[in-house]
Design a protein around this ligand. Structure first.
Ligand SMILES: NC(=O)c1ccc[n+]([C@@H]2O[C@H](COP(=O)([O-])OP(=O)(O)OC[C@H]3O[C@@H](n4cnc5c(N)ncnc54)[C@H](O)[C@@H]3O)[C@@H](O)[C@H]2O)c1
Length: 262
C-alpha cells in the first residue's frame, strides 16, 4: 500500500475521530504525516499510536489553533523543517453549538463561522506557496450533510459548511493551473464524539446525541444504506482524493452519507 509514498500530508483536526482515521490511512499508504490540532495531549497520543505502522515514513504532532494566522505559519515552517515539503492538506477540525434558529446566539455564530470556514481560507492561503514549490497539491476539506441540506437546529454550522462549497470550488478554479486540486468530502452521520454528548467541540444535549436511542434511530432511518458511517468510511474517500488515482478530480463535492442526500 504505497499510494501516498513520498507525499507529505498535514491532517488538521488529526486528533479527532475522523481526523485520526485519516492519519492511520495516510500513514499506511506511505505518507509522512503531520497531525495539526488544538488538542496537544490527544495529538501526541495519536502520533505515537501511528508511529509503529511503518519504519519508513513518520508521523508527528504540531500544535494548531486553526483560527490564528500565526499558528498556521508555525505549522508550515515546522512541517518544512521536518519533511522538506508539503503536498496534501486535510481540513478536518470543526465545531458546532446546536441552537434553534431563533435562539442562535451571535457569539456562537461567530465562533462556528471562524473555525469551520474562515480557518479553512487562512490555512489554504498559507499553504498554497508550498504546494506550488512541490509542483502539485491536494486539498481535502471536510464538509457535512449540512453542506447539502438545511438544518433547523444548526443555522451557523449549515452556513459554515455550505460556505465550504464556494471556497472549495474557488480554490479549485484558482489553482488548477498549478496542479493544486481541492475537493469537499461531505460525511453523513458518523459515529463519533461530535454527535455523542461527550465532545468539547460540538456539545450535544440528550435530544441531539446518538447516545439517545431515539436520536440514533431517527438518524438511522434516514440512511438508505442502513448504517451510520465510520471515520474510516470518510478516510477511504480522502485517501483516494489525496492520491494520484484522482488526479483529474477537482472542485468535487462528494457525499459519504449512505445515501441520505439522494
Ligand atoms: N461526526 C459526524 O457525524 C460528522 C458529520 C459531518 C461532518 N463532520 C465533520 O467532520 C470533522 C471532524 O469531526 P469529528 O466527528 O472527527 O469530531 P471530533 O470532535 O472528534 O474532532 C474535531 C477535532 O478538531 C479539533 N479542533 C477543534 N477546533 C479546533 C481549532 N480551532 N484548531 C485546531 N483544531 C481544532 C479538535 O481538537 C478535535 O480533535 C468536522 O469538520 C465535522 O464538522 C462530522
Amino acid at each position: 500500500m504505497t499510494r501516498l509514498k513520498n507525499e507529505v500530508a498535514i491532517i488538521t483536526g488529526g486528533a479527532g475521530d475522523i481526523g485520526s482515521a485519516h492519519v492511520e490511512s495516510f500513514v499506511r499508504e506511505g505518507a509522512n504525516v503531520i497531525i495539526a490540532d488544538i488538542n496537544e495531549e490527544k495529538g501526541n497520543l495519536i502520533a505515537k499510536e501511528n508511529s509503529s505502522f511503518s519504519s519508513e515514513n513518520k508521523v508527528k504532532y504540531v500544535h494548531l489553533n486553526s483560527t490564528d494566522e500565526e499558528s498556521w505559519k508555525k505549522l508550515s515552517s515546522k512541517t518544512i523543517e521536518e519533511f522538506g515539503k508539503i503536498s496534501i492538506l486535510v481540513n478536518c477540525y470543526g465545531t458546532n453549538f446546536r441552537e434553534k434558529f431563533i435562539n442562535q446566539n451571535l457569539e456562537n455564530w461567530n465562533t462556528i463561522l471562524n473555525v469551520n470556514l474562515t480557518s479553512v481560507f487562512i490555512g489554504i492561503k498559507e499553504l498554497i506557496p508550498f504546494f506550488k514549490l512541490s509542483g502539485k497539491g491536494s486539498i481535502i476539506n471536510i464538509g457535512s450533510l449540512a453542506s447539502l441540506k438545511g438544518s433547523a437546529s444548526s443555522p451557523a454550522y449549515t452556513a459554515s459548511k455550505t460556505g465550504l462549497i464556494g471556497l472549495t470550488k474557488s480554490t479549485a478554479v484558482a489553482f488548477a493551473k498549478d496542479k493544486i486540486r481541492c475537493n469537499l468530502v461531505c460525511p453523513g452521520h458518523v459515529d463519533t464524539n461530535f454527535i455523542r454528548n461527550d465532545s468539547d467541540y460540538s456539545p450535544n444535549d440528550w435530544n441531539t446525541s446518538i447516545n439517545n436511542p431515539e436520536n440514533y434511530n431517527q438518524r438511522l432511518s434516514q440512511i438508505p444504506l442502513g448504517r451510520l458511517q465510520t471515520p474510516k468510511d470518510i478516510a477511504n474517500l480522502s485517501t483516494f482524493l489525496a492520491s494520484e488515482d484522482s488526479n483529474m478530480i477537482t472542485g468535487g463535492i462528494i457525499a459519504v452519507d449512505g445515501g441520505v442526500t439522494i
